[in-house]
Design a protein around this ligand. Sequence first.
Ligand SMILES: *Cc1c(COP(=O)(O)O)cnc(C)c1O
Length: 383
Amino acid sequence: MKDKKEIPFNKPYLTGKEVHYLYDSVSSGKLSGNGKYTKKCQNFLVNSYGFGKCLLTTSCTDALEMAALLIDIQPGDEVIMPSYTFVSTANAFILRGAKIVFADSRKDHPGMDEASIEKLITAKTKAIVPVHYAGVACDMDVIMDLADQYNLFVIEDAAQAIDNYYIDRTGNKRALGSIGHLAAFSFHETKNIISGEGGMLAINDAQFQERAEIIWEKGTNRSSFFRGEVDKYGWVDIGSSFLPSELISSFLWAQLENLKEIQQRRTEIWNLYFQGLETWAHDNNIGLPVIPSYSTNNAHMFYLVFENIEQRDSVIKKLKKNNILAVFHYLSLHKSEFYKDKHDGRELIESDSFSDCLVRLPMFFELEDSQIERIIKVIKSSI
Ligand SMILES: *Cc1c(COP(=O)(O)O)cnc(C)c1O
């Protein structure tokens, strides 16, 4: 058993065309950003998912920072987001001087508890940042209604949510990232579609579309200049260098071309885990991923929720002994070294509980059926 080949937690999948398109971009002589492949990727994403506009970025972190600039966060503004998330969700707004007001997770799911948001809204609240954890949709009707009622912006952290959908109360299927005013996606190598590091900002509210392009291009109107809309370009606003080079976007294009195939295999893997563990989990009071009726499943992640930290850690240890790497993540941000003294002191019990009890199982395109069986067997033998 012990000498069996190691199963990593993640293995970046290459479709085979990445180097081909990379070679094409290199030999074309256009290496900087906003060239042929950047446009191909952006058009594909807008056409596939109905975003208002989309700009590739060098990371989801950068896309979130662009969002904070676009909604003009000022020192003292408050931003509501889950505590159970990655640091970038919060950092983007902290960098502009915002105060983060952390919401708790749902009881049945690590995503933020939509019902807890309204009482966190004050006169200073500027935005709500729902995180579609594991790619699973937050209940966007509830969140968009609050935003309308209190005049707030909604920025979806859709880092994990590519190719997933929310079914709204009228039965419409809407791509995640197309609903909020803005949305940020990641193409980091641990996500479904990858370019090493990489990301994308979806700009659904038309009022931000022109300025987004300026902020993206270092505060210049260079994009309009290249379209022939202005006869010279210059410094017109604040901004930074958020756009990726063509080397990145050519790589990403190979992935997007194979999106269907990638999603199909990930879904098969997710279903194998679910079917293999369902009865055992039920019998042993272990939590499985919950997909609410208003969400589809993009198979970003398969996780288990154990009864306590000791049980969770012992399963990780047992897996490791068997050469299988499973990981846990997200220590609640309100308890982080950086933020604990700035937090308002509220207990966020569900968030802490997911920090203690959740474990992510290996999940990648090339994970074989026999390896999944091996993982399931070890997990079952450890409780
Ligand atoms: C991965 C991730 C990010 C950061 O993405 P990068 O592209 O690495 O900057 C942000 N938020 C969430 C929820 C993530 O999962």
